[in-house]
Design a protein. Structure first.
Lengths: 150, 720
C-alpha cells in the first residue's frame, strides 16, 4: 500500500501491526521522529496525520493508507516554519529528544488555534513530556510562533 | 606536531574516530564540511582540543557529553574567547575516548561527565587551549609574512599585520606544524575585554546554543539514530526481581516471530535479536524464561524502609559534629523530630538507553553511544571481548538526556552490548535497545532513604540540630571512593549545613540492599536539601521566627548563600494575595541557589506551584542564557520528583512500568520561572545540578505556611 509522507508516496509492505514510528526510523531512515515510551504516554513520536497530532509509536503504518502524514522532516506549513523559527530564537532545546514531538504538537495547535491563550497552550502541549523540563520556554516559543505567523 | 587529515566531502556522517601520530591526536569527520561544492577539507589539530579546518571552521573537542546541559556551547565559548574567533566559525565534536588527553581532573583523570564539573574542570585548560592555538596561528602568520609576531593582530578569526591578512583556515596547516608555546608564557584576556564569555545572545542568534539548529531540524544524530546497513536490533529479557538468574528458557515462540534471527543467553538475561525493533519486541514477549529467584531480593520497598528506620535508633558514621553534637539535642526548650522519607527515583531520560556495537572477532570493536564515561565503557568492552584497548573505538553521540543514568561505574550498557556481540560472534552490527519499561523496571535508581531530623528550640533560637540518615551508598565499590573513605554522596548537603547553630550532629547509616542505585541529578542533595531546608522552616516556626529572617541571621558569615537568598527574596517582591510562599537556599556543586515558590492551595486541598523566582551564584558566567535554562530545567526536574515520582517495589518487583504510572512533570504543572544571576568574578562552577535541590523544600515550605503541616513523606502528591 502507499503511504503519503511529507507529500511523497512511499510503498509500505510490512506487517499489519508494525507501528509507523519504526517504518519511519528503520526503513525510511527518517530518524527525526523519536521513540520515548512505546505506549503513547510521552509524545516524543508525535507526527501529524491529516493535521491531527498522532502517536506514531502505537499507530500501525498499515492503518494510514490514503492519509497525509507529516513528520519533523517535512514541517513546511506556515505554522510549522514559525514553530521551528521560534524554537531556535528562544533556544528551547536542551537534550532535544522530545522536541520533534513538541514542535509537531505546537504546529497542530497553531494550525487550529493561531492565537492561543496561555491555557490553550498548556492544554495543547501538556501531553508531551520533556524530562529536561523546557516547558517554560516551550510556552514562550508557542506564543512567539503565533506572533511570527502574524 | 602536525596532524593533518583530509576527508572526502562525500562522507556525510561521523564514521568513526581515527588516531593519528604518536601524540595520539584523533580526528573525526567534520559533519559541516560535507558540502559537495566545497571540495576536500584539510583538518589541522592545534593541540588536542582545537581543530581548525581549511574551510575556516574551528572545532572544539568536547571531553564532556552533550546531554542537554549545554556543554557543546559552554566549552566552545571558552576556546572561542581565547583563540579570538568569530562565533559563526565555531563547531563542536565529542572527543575520542582517551583518558590521557581528555580525562576529567574532577574524576581523578578518568573521562567523565557529572557532578556539574564540565565548566569548572575545563576553565583553565580550555582557556590555555584557545590561547595556545591563537599563538600558533600568530606565529604562523609572522613566519609566512616575515614580520615580527608582535605586529600580528588576531581578531574575529583573522590575523592581520600591515597589509597582510589571513583567516585561521588559511594558515591552519602552517600553525599545526609549529611547536605549541610554553603554557607558562600564555597570556589571557582581561574579563573586561570578553566578547563571548558572560555575554547575552543577540536577536540575530549570535551566541545561541550550537546544538539548537540540529535539534530543531532533527539532523542531530543521537546513538539511537545511528543505524549502519544490516544492523540487527536486540532487546534483553532481564530478571523481574533484582538478583534473579536465568534458570532455563524456551525460545520456540520467539523464534517463530518473523524477523527474529537469534535468541542468545547473556549474563543478565536472554537477548532476542531481530531485523527490526518491532520483531525483537514481539519476540521477547513470546519468549518463556524461567527465573531462579533463590538469591533475588524479595522484600517490598515499604519493608526495606522500615528496616532502614530501625537503624536510626543508634548513631551512624559521624559526618559532622559541632558543639556537643548529638548530646546538644538534650537540654532546655522543646525538642521536635520528624522522619523524612524519600522513595527510589528513576532518571527516565527521554532517549532510553541504547547503543550500537560493531564487533570483528579478534580484530576490533566500535561502540556508538551517548556515554558519560566513554573510557570506562571502552574498558568494559575490551575486557569482555578480550581485545586490546586500542582495538576498541568509542564514538560518543549527543544524548537524549541522562540526569546521571549514562554515567555508570559498572558500564552496564556497554557490558551487556559486549556480551551480546560476543554471543553473536560479530555476525552483524547490533543495536541494543532498552524500552521504557526496561528503563523504569531495571534500575538504576536514586536510592530510597530516610532522614531523622531533630532540633532543640529554646528562647526563640535553634540551639541544636540533628540529621541522621539511612541510605544505600552510591560510591561504595566504585573507583571514586577510596576504601575506608566516607561516602560523601550520601551526606553532601547535610554535613555542610551552613547555619550558625551551636550544636550540630550529622551521621549516616550506609545500608546494604541489592536494588541497583546510581547518582541522580544533584545526587545526595536531592534529599539532604529537602530535609535540611524544610525542617529548618519547621524549626524556625516552632521558635516563633520568620524563616527567611532566621536564615539571614544564621547565614551572616556566608556571603554567597546570603547573596542568593537576598536576591531571590527581593526579586520575588510581596507575596501575592491568596498565595503561600516558601523559600529555600542551598549550596551544591560549588554553586549557590535560592528559590522562592509561590503556591496556590485550593479549597479542596489541591495545590499548584504558580511561580518560582530563582537566584544563582555560579561564579564567572560563561553563557547566561544556558545558566537560566539549567535553572529552569532543574526546577522542573526537582519539582517532578517531589510532586509525583516514586519507584515502589512489591515482593521484589518494581510496581511502575512506564510514563502512565511513573508520574513525571507535565506542562500543566510547570510554574513560571524567573532566574537572576549574581554577578561574580569567582571561578566558574556548575549549573547542571544546583537548580534542583532547593525547589522541593521551597514548595514544602509554602505548603507549611498555608497548612501548618510538616511534609515529611515524598512524593507530595496532589493535595496539601
Amino acid at each position: 500500500m502507499k503511504l503519503n509522507i511529507n507529500g511523497k508516496d512511499q510503498e509500505y509492505a510490512g506487517e499489519e501491526d508494525r507501528p509507523l514510528l519504526w517504518y519511519l526510523r528503520e526503513d525510511l531512515k527518517m530518524t527525526g521522529t523519536k521513540f520515548g515510551c512505546g505506549v503513547a504516554a510521552c509524545g516524543a513520536c508525535t507526527v501529524l496525520v491529516d493535521g491531527q497530532p498522532t502517536r506514531a509509536c502505537i499507530t500501525p503504518a498499515a492503518s494510514l493508507e490514503g492519509k497525509k502524514i507529516t513528520t519533523i522532516e517535512g514541517l513546511d506549513t506556515p505554522a510549522g516554519q514559525a514553530v521551528q523559527k521560534a524554537w531556535a530564537e528562544l533556544d528551547v532545546v536542551q537534550c532535544g529528544w522530545c522536541q520533534s514531538g513538541q514542535m509537531l504538537a505546537a504546529t497542530a495547535l497553531l494550525t487550529t488555534t493561531p492565537k492561543p491563550s496561555e491555557q490553550q497552550i498548556t492544554d495543547g502541549m501538556t501531553s508531551n513530556i520533556c524530562r529536561c523540563a523546557t516547558y517554560h520556554r516551550i510556552r514562550g516559543a508557542v506564543a512567539r510562533a503565533s506572533e511570527i505567523m502574524g | 606536531m602536525a596532524d593533518t587529515a583530509t576527508f572526502s566531502p562525500s562522507r556525510r556522517f561521523v564514521l568513526g574516530v581515527v588516531g593519528f601520530g604518536a601524540a595520539g591526536f584523533a580526528v573525526g569527520c567534520d559533519l559541516r564540511a560535507a558540502d559537495a561544492t566545497s571540495g576536500p577539507v584539510a583538518q589541522n589539530m592545534l593541540g588536542p582540543y582545537v581543530r581548525v579546518g581549511s574551510d575556516n571552521t574551528v572545532t572544539v573537542f568536547l571531553r564532556h557529553l552533550e546531554m542537554g546541559q549545554g556543554v557543546s556551547t559552554g566549552l566552545t565559548t571558552i576556546v572561542a574567547e581565547e583563540i579570538d574567533a568569530d562565533w559563526s566559525q565555531m563547531r563542536f565534536e565529542h572527543s575520542p575516548a582517551d583518558d590521557k588527553l581528555y580525562g576529567n581532573p574532577a574524576f581523578g583523570g578518568m573521562m567523565g561527565t557529572g557532578g556539574s564539573t564540565a565548566i569548572l574542570s575545563s576553565w583553565e585548560q580550555l582557556r590555555a587551549a584557545g590561547a595556545s592555538a591563537r599563538e600558533m596561528l600568530r606565529q604562523a602568520a609572522a613566519k609566512k609574512w616575515s614580520v615580527d609576531a608582535s605586529t600580528v593582530t588576531v581578531a574575529k578569526g583573522e590575523m592581520t599585520s600591515g597589509n597582510h591578512k589571513a583567516t585561521f583556515g588559511e594558515l591552519a596547516a602552517e600553525a599545526s606544524a609549529l611547536t605549541p608555546p610554553d603554557p607558562k608564557s600564555l597570556k589571557y584576556k582581561e574579563a573586561s575585554a570578553y566578547e563571548f564569555i558572560g555575554k547575552e545572545r543577540d536577536p540575530a542568534k549570535t551566541l545561541g546554543r550550537l546544538d539548537t539548529p540540529g535539534k530543531v531540524h532533527a539532523t542531530a544524530q543521537y546513538a539511537l539514530d545511528y543505524h549502519p546497513e544490516g544492523t540487527l536490533t536486540a532487546v534483553i529479557a532481564r530478571s523481574p526481581k533484582f538478583g534473579g538468574k536465568v534458570a532455563s528458557f524456551d525460545d520456540t515462540g520467539a523464534k517463530a516471530v518473523a524477523g527474529v534471527t537469534d535468541v542468545v543467553q547473556v549474563p543478565n538475561g536472554v537477548a532476542v535479536v531481530a531485523t527490526n525493533f518491532w520483531a525483537a519486541r514481539k519476540g521477547r514477549e513470546a519468549l518463556k524464561v524461567t527465573w531462579d529467584d533463590s538469591a533475588a531480593e524479595k522484600r517490598s520497598s515499604d519493608v526495606m524502609l522500615e528496616d532502614y528506620r530501625k537503624l536510626l535508633a543508634k548513631p551512624g558514621l559521624e559526618a559532622r559534629k559541632e558543639g556537643k553534637g548529638v548530646a546538644g539535642l538534650q537540654g532546655a526548650g522543646q525538642v521536635i523530630t520528624a522522619d523524612f522519607e524519600f522513595p527510589f527515583l528513576v532518571h527516565a531520560p527521554m532517549e532510553p538507553l541504547n547503543c550500537v556495537i560493531e564487533y570483528k572477532p579478534g580484530e576490533s570493536c566500535s561502540y556508538h553511544s551517548g556515554s558519560q564515561m566513554p573510557t570506562n565503557d571502552q574498558r568494559a568492552i575490551f575486557t569482555v571481548l578480550g581485545l586490546k584497548p586500542e582495538q576498541v573505538t568509542v564514538v560518543t553521540h549527543v544524548a537524549g538526556g541522562s540526569f546521571g543514568r549514562r554515567a555508570t561505574p559498572d558500564a552496564d550498557l556497554a557490558t551487556e552490548a559486549a556480551h551480546l556481540a560476543k554471543a553473536l560472534n560479530g555476525k552483524a552490527p547490533v543495536k541494543l535497545m532498552w524500552t521504557r519499561e526496561d528503563d523504569i523496571r531495571t534500575g538504576k535508581y536514586r536510592p530510597m532513604n530516610i532522614h531523622r531530623m531533630t532540633a532543640r528550640v529554646n528562647n526563640g533560637a535553634i540551639e541544636a540540630w540533628g540529621d541522621r540518615t539511612a541510605i544505600q551508598s552510591i560510591m561504595e565499590g566504585t573507583p571514586f571512593l577510596p576504601p575506608g573513605a566516607p561516602d560523601f554522596s550520601s551526606i553532601e548537603g547535610s554535613n555542610d549545613i551552613a547555619y550558625a547553630i551551636p550544636n550540630v550532629s550529622v551521621d549516616v547509616h550506609l545500608v546494604k540492599n541489592p536494588v541497583p542505585i546510581l547518582w541522580w541529578r544533584s545526587v545526595g542533595h536531592t534529599h539532604t536539601a529537602y530535609a535540611k531546608e524544610h525542617f529548618f522552616d519547621v524549626a524556625a516556626r516552632k521558635a516563633g521566627k520568620d524563616p527567611v529572617e532566621l536564615r539571614r541571621a544564621l547565614l551572616a558569615k556566608e556571603p554567597r548563600q546570603l547573596g542568593v537568598l537576598n536576591l531571590a527574596v527581593e526579586k520575588a517582591g510581596p507575596v501575592p494575595a491568596g498565595k503561600s510562599r516558601g523559600v529555600a537556599v542551598h549550596h551544591s556543586f560549588s554553586s549557590y541557589v535560592a528559590e522562592v515558590a509561590d503556591v496556590t492551595v485550593n479549597a479542596d486541598g489541591t495545590f499548584h506551584v504558580d511561580r518560582v523566582v530563582c537566584a544563582v551564584d555560579c561564579g564567572t558566567v560563561i553563557n547566561p542564557d544556558i545558566v537560566r535554562a539549567q535553572m529552569e530545567g532543574g526546577i522542573g526536574y526537582g519539582l517532578s520528583a517531589i510532586l509525583g515520582e516514586a519507584l515502589t517495589i512489591k515482593d521484589g518487583e518494581p510496581v511502575q512500568s512506564n510514563f502512565y504510572d511513573y508520574n513525571v512533570l507535565r506542562m500543566a504543572q510547570m510554574p513560571k520561572v524567573e532566574v537572576f544571576i549574581v554577578p561574580s568574578t569567582e571561578p566558574p562552577s556548575g549549573v547542571g545540578e544546583p537548580g534542583v535541590p532547593p525547589i522541593g523544600p521551597a514548595v514544602a515550605n509554602a505548603l507549611l505556611a498555608s497548612t501548618g503541616k510538616t511534609y515529611s513523606k515524598l512524593p507530595l502528591g496532589t493535595k496539601a
